[in-house]
Write a protein that binds this ligand. Structure first.
Ligand code: 5MY
Ligand code: ADP
Ligand code: MG
Ligand code: MG
Length: 317
């Protein structure tokens, strides 16, 4: 690219700054002409420019106002990503709507979502809601709101009708699908896509259902410590799991990126044990933990360079 350097501002929670803005990323980006600059939330954003791009994972009316004002005054700056598009992922019911619109070519794999229903605070009979929608036990109860809080990751596995009594709506009730205990996490940064395998909930064989509790609570199972992930039996399970083809993964990622109008996200995908090549998207996360990907610096810098190229085109208009 040209001699021009690019200034990319970022706003992230401090935990995310520590995990994502590593020296190796700053250096790699810098060597490629991109300076990563932390935006100071104690000062007005418009006084801290110029920025060619701003990327962020922060919510709330004050930040929205600052960003809108900045965008008005700097129409060529690229905002990764628009707050409205990000906020669509904050509701677990609507987050998966776009998956049903995907048109995956090829005849091997198919994509969809598990059967799910919404249960509001005033819903009368949970059991009626479950049976009328064709849901079968076990089901997973997920908090409706997925806003990054600890509560929003608090899930319950409901194994029997009696377990429904322990739930706290508003929630989404989703069919639990046996998937071999391994989840595929697909990280997307613009056109750059990386699929990894992670530990998930184990299968629940039908004959074991009667022996289990009514309700089991859990949180962030795929995010266990490295030590847990290294447990021998899980390591073997993960190693043996066959990855979906990269053509399929890329196709789903590209279509989701267009439909969601987002550059930075990941999605969790499971393979239905009963149907072999049927994949189900169960979760989509904005600006996930990219630093967990080996060599994430290379992937992210390649993405930054794509944005820089877009910015160069803006310059020449
Ligand atoms: O912190 P990390 O690296 O585990 O990343 C979290 C993600 O983990 P993943 O990359 O999918 O393994 C995590 O993904 P999951 O929901 O666990 O699938 C979320 O994206 C989480 O953000 P938030 O709490 O929903 O706002 C992400 O947390 P934040 O870093 O944004 O707080
Ligand atoms: N429909 C489902 N069938 C089977 N397992 C599921 C299903 N939905 C979620 N899980 C398991 O629960 C975990 C957490 O659910 P997820 O929707 O990804 O919430 P979070 O946003 O907290 O990551 C997943 O990583 C997966 O292991
Ligand atoms: Mg998840
Ligand atoms: Mg999530």
């Amino acid at each position: 690219m040209s001699e021009r350097r690019f200034r990319f501002g970022y706003v992230l929670a401090s935990k995310k700054v520590s995990s994502f803005i590593q020296d190796s990323l700053i250096k790699h980006a810098q060597e490629n002409g991109i300076d990563l600059v932390q935006i100071d939330l104690d000062k007005p954003l418009i006084e801290q420019g110029p920025f060619d791009c701003i990327f962020h994972k922060l919510y709330g009316p004050e930040w929205r106002k600052q960003l809108e004002e900045f965008a008005l005054q700097n129409p060529t700056a690229i905002i990764v990503d628009p707050i409205d598009a990000i906020e669509k992922l904050h509701n677990r019911l609507t987050m998966l709507d776009v998956v049903n619109e995907l048109k995956i070519a090829g005849d091997n794999e198919t994509i969809g979502i598990p059967i799910q229903i919404f249960v509001g605070e005033n819903s009368e009979s949970l059991l009626d809601a479950v049976t009328s929608q064709g849901l079968h036990f076990p089901v997973i109860a997920k908090p409706l709101i997925a806003n990054g809080s600890a509560d929003s990751h608090q899930m319950s596995l409901v194994l029997k009708p009696e377990g429904l009594e322990g739930l706290k709506p508003p929630i989404v009730l989703q069919e639990f699908v046996n998937h071999g205990g391994v989840i595929f996490k697909v990280y997307v940064a613009g056109e750059h896509v990386k699929c990894v395998k992670r530990r998930s909930l184990p299968d629940i064989p039908e004959e074991k259902l009667g022996m289990l509790e009514d309700l089991i609570s859990f949180s962030q199972i795929s995010n266990l410590t490295a030590q847990d992930q290294n447990d021998d039996s899980f390591a073997e399970l993960i190693e043996k799991a066959v990855m979906p083809t990269s053509r399929f993964v890329t196709d789903v990622a590209n279509q989701l990126r267009d439909a969601l109008k987002l550059h930075l996200f990941n999605f969790d995908m499971i393979r239905d044990e009963k149907v072999g090549n049927r994949y189900l998207v169960i979760d989509i996360n904005y600006f996930p933990g990219y630093a967990k990907i080996p060599n994430y610096e290379t992937m992210m810098t390649a993405f930054f360079l794509d944005i820089a190229r877009e910015q160069l085109n803006n310059d020449s208009r």
